[in-house]
Design a protein around this ligand. Structure first.
Ligand SMILES: C[S@@+](CC[C@H](N)C(=O)[O-])C[C@H]1O[C@@H](n2cnc3c(N)ncnc32)[C@H](O)[C@@H]1O
Length: 252
């Protein structure tokens, strides 16, 4: 099983989710970091779950010597070919490096997907895999609870983070496949000064989170209430602040 197909039927929700990071303080340039980590790599690099293509674009611009192959399961994304990470259309040992950036948490069995990445990488090939850490955007879970508490007049079930299945705590999943595993870890804050982008971010979660709403509460009810809370927070404090915990596994 793989989760969240609904969330990637078009590019807009992903773009809205990424948009808020322009207000990240001391921002981390993950595509730049990926380019640096691949400085010793020659040949073919596949970018699996490429999304809107940020990593592929950067690699093609800065490393024109590489053959870059973006793949994604969704036809709306910037892939050269449709492919599911669970069954990659690549021969054994045919890639010199692979990227799986902020996507392994969509897999019910991320360990099996890592085994498939190992299969397509040549011996000594490099895997870069990014994801979030525990506590990342904890403010979204708080906002979810506050909005539902207002609507229900009772304590709701806690928000189940759709990215919880593969976090920075899951590095052990690489161990059966890679001898060298390093983690570059980051802690940042994103300070969003306007309600519009924050509300667009919340709405972008619909395909990932709507199924968690309690019976009788529709997505528009939730979004209206959460938007009102966002507006109030920004009026009172000048911004909506989000904790960012994320990192990059470098496996060789
Ligand atoms: C959060 S986005 C990340 C996009 C990009 N890697 C980035 O970091 O900007 C997750 C992407 O993974 C893709 N995806 C999800 N499950 C997949 C699977 N089983 N196989 C291939 N792609 C998948 C989605 O369609 C989406 O484009």
């Amino acid at each position: 099983m793989t989760h969240g197909a609904e969330a990637y039927r078009s590019r807009e929700p992903l773009a809205a989710r990424m948009n808020i990071y322009r207000w990240q303080r001391d921002p981390v340039d993950l595509p730049g970091l990926a380019v640096a980590e691949l400085s010793g790599v020659r040949g073919t690099v596949t970018d699996i779950g490429c999304g809107v293509g940020g990593y592929t674009d950067r690699l093609r611009a800065q490393r024109p010597d590489l053959r870059v192959l973006p793949l994604d399961r969704s036809p709306a994304m910037a892939a050269d070919a449709l492919a599911d990470i669970r069954y990659l259309p690549l021969a054994d040992g045919s890639a010199d490096a692979a990227l799986a950036m902020h996507m392994l948490y969509h897999l019910e069995e991320p360990g099996a997907a890592i085994g498939e990445l190992r299969r397509v990488l040549r011996p000594g090939g490099t895997l870069l895999a990014s994801t979030n850490g525990a506590g990342d955007k904890a403010e979204i879970a708080e906002l979810w609870a506050a909005a539902l508490r207002d609507l229900l007049g009772a304590e709701p079930e806690p928000y189940a983070n759709p990215a919880a299945g593969f976090t920075l705590d899951h590095g052990h999943l690489f161990e059966p496949h890679f001898a060298g595993i390093e983690l570059r870890e980051f802690a940042r804050e994103t300070v969003v000064p306007e309600p519009g982008p924050m509300i667009a971010f919340l709405h972008s979660l619909r395909g990932l989170a709507e199924g968690q709403l309690p019976d009788g509460i529709g997505w528009p009810d939730f979004l209206d209430r959460a938007a009102a809370l966002v507006c109030r927070r920004i009026e009172e404090t000048g911004a909506f602040r989000l904790t960012n915990r994320f990192g990059l596994f470098v496996c060789r």
